[in-house]
Design a protein around this ligand. Structure first.
Ligand code: PLP
Ligand code: COI
Length: 341
């Protein structure tokens, strides 16, 4: 192995172009076999469906170097399933699960020199996505699509790594009831851009979105689900049909219950009750688990007892156990680790 000369420890969450990507096209009703190519650029017709009506969905997962030097990914089968759900909602042909898993393997193998070394603090982020390619001017689904997977080495999503974040309760809504909040569609992120730019300008790290119908219940942030810890150490996560079913969150609930012996609850979480929680964290592939120290709602501050300098103790145990499983230090539940070889 000949690792690239990259300053792994100082990587942020940005795009670093790697050598190879996977491409498959959908035409005449079928996905082709796909190839690994070197060309990072895409040439599209000016009227391509993705450019006019945002017909695009994506996924995000990571490759890790384990303590014993293997390269692994974490539960990619769930990314394949979620991508299929996203496709169905936007009338995109589903990309076959076996081919999805094969594409992840091929693209990571082809870029193995960019998989950050064990202990570097960085990982290789993998971005599969699909978009409508043929000209579409009347509002309707495209007939031709491209599926691509590229990789980019990344460090922490939030600057400052594991320093507790300050969130703003957003004045904007992220997802409507019966809308698209539960899928990973580019359109959900486009509409969050004004809210996040505004939050950053005001000095916040992220937005907390409330449910659009009543604005009384906690949903998620622009790119991660919430976990709360009660004062008697129960791990609570919001249940909602309009949030993305985070693979990290689903895994952490298992870790909390089965590895740490904690009580877990997936239920509606009212904004009014969060002042009573002991800890709060954001979880996702990019965010891993990022602790939240403070949430501000129209100038009113909710400060968690875990404070602004460190992760709360339960959040920390969850973080250490999950990353231990991902990096091969702790035995994983059956089927969670997908080795790239
Ligand atoms: N919520 C949103 C809106 C996201 O974009 C993500 C990132 O994928 C998550 C939650 C976390 O999901 P996962 O843990 O599957 O990465
Ligand atoms: C991920 O965690 O993989 C995501 O897609 C979130 C995104 C905001 C970077």
């Amino acid at each position: 192995m000949d690792k690239k000369n990259i300053d792994w420890a100082n990587l942020g969450f940005g795009y670093v172009q790697t050598e190879k990507r996977y491409v498959s096209n959908f035409k005449n009703g079928a996905w082709d076999n796909g190839v690994v190519t070197e060309d990072a650029n895409i040439v599209l017709n000016e009227c391509a469906g993705v450019l006019q009506y945002a017909q695009t969905v994506f996924e995000g997962l990571k490759a890790y170097t384990t303590e014993d030097g293997r390269i692994v990914t974490f539960r990619p089968d769930l990314n394949a399933d979620r991508l299929a759900e996203s496709c169905k909602r936007l009338e995109i042909p589903v990309f076959p699960k076996e081919q999805f898993l094969e594409s992840i393997k091929e693209v990571v193998k082809a870029n193995k020199d960019y998989v950050p070394p064990y202990g570097s603090g960085a990982t290789l982020y993998i971005r599969p996505y699909i978009f409508g390619t043929n000209p579409v001017i009347g509002v309707k689904p495209a007939e031709e699509y491209q599926y691509r997977v590229f990789t980019t080495p990344v460090g922490p999503y939030f600057k400052g790594g594991v320093k507790p974040l300050t969130l703003k309760v957003s004045d904007f809504d992220r997802a409507a009831p019966h809308g698209t909040g539960h899928i990973k569609a580019g359109l959900n992120y486009a509409m969050s851009l004004h809210a996040i730019v505004t939050a950053h300008e005001e000095g916040y790290d992220e937005n907390m979105y409330l449910d659009a119908a009543t604005r009384t219940k906690v949903e998620e942030t622009g790119g991660a689900n919430f976990l709360f810890v009660t004062k008697d150490n129960t791990v609570v996560t919001p249940k909602s049909n309009s949030i993305l079913p985070s693979i990290t969150r689903r895994s952490l609930m298992v870790v909390a219950e089965k590895y740490l012996g904690l009580k877990v609850e997936e239920r509606e979480v009212h904004f009014d009750e969060i002042k009573d929680f002991a800890e709060c964290g954001l979880c996702g592939t990019a965010a891993v688990i990022s602790p939240v120290g403070k949430i501000v709602n129209k100038g009113e501050e909710i400060c968690f007892p875990s404070g602004m300098s460190e992760m709360g103790p339960t959040t920390k145990k969850l973080y250490e156990t999950l990353t231990g499983i991902q990096m091969g230090r702790i035995e994983a539940p059956e089927g969670w680790i997908f080795e790239i070889k």
